[in-house]
Design a protein around this ligand. Structure first.
Ligand code: C5P
Length: 297
């Protein structure tokens, strides 16, 4: 017997970052959008906790106790006073350390898969809190769709989306460390007062009405200058996608994946083709949004 959960990647269409808090995190006003790139987490009975991973980037995924899916299994087992005996297999399709919440997706997937396998029946209302213990983006991986994230990103308000948005993702060689990008943000902001982050009403409205041009006009990521300072070549990637007709180009989350919003599916295919031949990224992916959160298959 085994249980498989499918979990989406995300892009932040707004990522407003405040000053560092006393706990080291930053208050955010962020709009998460789940996109159609997925990992699948399969839980199978085992004598001890074991993680395996398959997929083109599997070699970059840690298989030890630091893996967020392993931490999720241990957290759930502790909560229910049982041993974390499970084999978790991650079929990885989300770029690793790319700013698309791939590790968070695996954590949300592991939580749901273990809960079903073990029959621990954690109330659905308690899952977001467990997810938040694992990481700021994990509650959104569980929820999917679109949501406003506040606090460190874990406090979610679901948002309506009135259409399908078409994305191209340019995957870079190697990842970027999220804490390093936030530290670069603090360095770049050292000589100015960083305001408290506020949600963009215009952007939330664009999502609700499904207006891709309005969404493109209001999209933004405060971490982008920080990611560019650590990886200046991303400017060439962003420029290549814009030249190919993307309506908006931005670094996804803490990067280094770059996200391009296209007017429609055929424009997205053209942007992907131009990026693939531009020599400014390792590979490209097409994905529609929104898409549901963690789902038992
Ligand atoms: O919550 P998560 O484990 O994903 O965060 C990873 C790191 O990213 C944190 O340790 C912190 O350095 C940074 N971070 C932050 N503010 C946030 C989210 C993450 O500074 N809102």
């Amino acid at each position: 017997m085994s249980v498989t959960v499918r979990v989406p990647a995300k892009v932040n269409v707004q990522l407003a970052v405040g000053p560092p808090r006393a706990d080291g995190f930053h208050d955010l006003a962020t709009v998460f959008l789940a996109v159609g790139l997925h990992d699948e987490v399969t839980a199978t009975p085992a004598d001890a906790l074991r993680i395996t991973c398959s997929g083109p980037d599997a070699a970059q995924v840690p298989l030890d106790a630091s893996n967020l899916a392993a931490r999720a299994a241990r957290l759930l087992a502790d909560r229910h006073g049982r041993a974390p005996e499970v084999h978790l297999h991650i079929a990885k399709d989300i770029p690793v350390a790319g700013g698309m919440a791939g590790g968070s997706a695996d954590a949300a997937g592991a939580l749901l898969a273990c809960d079903a396998l073990w029959g621990t029946r954690t109330p659905r209302s308690e899952l977001p809190e467990l997810c938040a213990e694992l990481g700021s983006d994990v509650p959104f991986s569980l929820l999917g769709g679109a949501a406003l994230g506040q606090g460190r990103g874990e406090r979610l308000t679901p948002l309506d989306v009135g259409g399908t948005f078409h994305w191209v993702f340019a995957v870079a060689d190697g990842g970027l460390s999220t804490p390093a990008v936030y530290r670069a943000f603090d360095r770049l902001a050292a000589d100015r007062t960083v305001p408290h982050p506020e949600p963009s009403a215009a952007l939330i409205d664009a999502l609700r009405t499904g207006d891709v041009h309005a969404l493109a006009a209001h999209i933004g990521n405060d971490l982008q200058p920080a990611a560019l300072s650590l990886r200046p070549s991303l400017a060439d990637t962003l420029a290549a996608g814009t030249a190919a007709g993307a309506l908006a180009a931005l670094v996804s989350g803490s990067g280094p994946t770059c996200a391009f919003l296209a007017a429609d599916a055929s424009s997205a295919a053209k942007v992907a083709e131009a990026l693939a031949t531009s020599g400014t990224c390792r590979t490209t992916r097409l994905a529609p949004s929104p898409t549901p959160g963690a789902t038992l298959l």
